[in-house]
Design a protein around this ligand. Structure first.
Ligand code: FAD
Ligand code: OAA
Length: 338
């Protein structure tokens, strides 16, 4: 009997991962996802979806390693299964190159990807403006496939979906035993967290089926990611910039920088241009508190603020959010709803 009603706010890669984790792990919970936007209109749908972490300043490194390893291993199992093409999850190999030798040549995630090594002098000759490079195989998770696939998996275990904008979490909490907030950038308004801010990202999707390996400049501003339908080339990282319109100058800059790294892109046809707002935050917020209403305390588990790493850390942070939910339900068992 499903006696605990859990509501997940958000149907991006973070919300759907969280909803699937809870619905598949806690048989006593009935789980509903409520969101204003679903695939193909969430931030992850336009993202390249490469699994590549960055280091957050105030989260213990062991926790960050766990977030990445769990996400990588979860997606690797999908990539290795007959579900891979439906889910849009596959291995992707390539290079990260640096104009200056980075202080951390062997980053914390290097043991979790496959075949991490420094590039040879011969390989580096292809990139005369760069001094150092890393070669490795990671995973690419294309949300245009992965999110509908996750949604199907969620429905298969009885998950419910509501298509609606939420304006007041307290009102919703009258009808649920726990709420999980996966509203990304909109947490700025929904839970009034002023630490979340937009980091605008513009990319172009080009047709260049001859490209097989990714190339990323370590500064994070220029990258080329071959994918299933197209090659994503980027990018921009404009903090506090809320514009969702395509900026012509940004597109020109992206093409120019990417063609410098990969001259064969000069002949590539641009299929579309896309802008998304990363949910920036110094550190992702994966923690819980309680909403107080009419004598009841309703657990509120937050899972948002992943910046440019939402796909990269989606499963690991969802598992942490699941633990926080379990802990909060155990600390304060559901109290009678009105
Ligand atoms: C150009 C670009 C490239 C990127 N490339 C990568 C990459 O290669 N690898 C990687 O790991 N990450 C990448 N990212 C980052 C990644 O896309 C994000 O971190 C991730 O998509 C965030 O997911 P989310 O579920 O937290 O938020 P979102 O996808 O923004 O989803 C938020 C959800 O909450 C819902 N919501 C919000 N407020 C409300 C409300 N009030 N009521 C109802 N619903 C609400 C929305 O409707 C939506 O369903 C990239 C981002 C950009 C912009
Ligand atoms: O940085 C990258 O390589 C891709 C990415 O995650 C982003 O643009 O946010």
């Amino acid at each position: 009997m499903k006696r605990v009603k859990v509501l997940v706010v958000g149907a991006g890669v973070v919300g759907l991962s969280t909803a699937v984790c809870v619905a598949e792990t806690l048989p006593y919970c009935s789980v509903t996802v409520i969101a204003e936007k679903f695939s193909p209109d969430t931030t992850g749908d336009g993202a390249a979806g490469i699994l590549l972490p960055k280091e957050f300043p105030d989260i213990p490194l062991e926790r960050q390693k766990r977030w990445f390893k769990e996400s990588f291993d979860h997606l690797l199992a999908i990539a290795d299964s007959p579900q891979a093409s439906d889910a849009g999850v596959y291995l992707s190999s390539g290079y990260q190159i640096f104009k200056d030798i980075p202080s951390d040549k062997k980053p914390f995630w290097s043991d979790f990807v496959f075949g991490f090594r420094y590039m040879t002098d011969r390989e580096m000759k292809r990139f005369p403006n760069h001094k150092f490079g890393q070669a490795f195989t990671t995973i690419k998770c294309e949300c245009l496939n992965y999110l509908p696939w996750l949604e199907k998996r969620f429905r298969a275990v009885g998950g419910q979906i509501i298509h609606e904008k939420v304006t007041d979490l307290h009102k919703l909490a009258l009808n649920y035993d726990a709420i999980m907030n996966c509203s990304g950038l909109d947490s700025r308004f929904l839970v009034k967290d002023e630490e979340v801010y937009p980091i605008r990202g513009q990319i172009l999707k080009v047709s260049a089926p001859w490209l097989k390996n990714f190339i990323r400049d370590g500064d994070g501003n220029t990258y080329i990611y071959p994918g299933i339908r197209y090659v994503s080339i980027g990018g921009t990282r404009q903090a506090e910039d809320w514009r969702l319109e395509v900026d012509k100058e940004d597109s020109e800059g992206i093409l120019e920088r990417c063609c410098r790294l990969e001259p064969s892109l000069r002949g590539a046809q641009v299929m579309c241009e896309w802008v998304g707002l990363r949910p920036g935050r110094a550190n992702p917020r994966v923690e819980h508190e309680y909403l107080h209403l009419q004598g009841r305390q309703v657990p509120l588990v937050h899972n948002y603020g992943h910046g440019g790493c939402g796909v990269t850390l989606s499963w690991g942070t969802a598992l942490d959010a699941l633990d926080l939910l379990r802990q909060s339900l155990f600390e304060k068992p559901p109290q009678a709803r009105l």
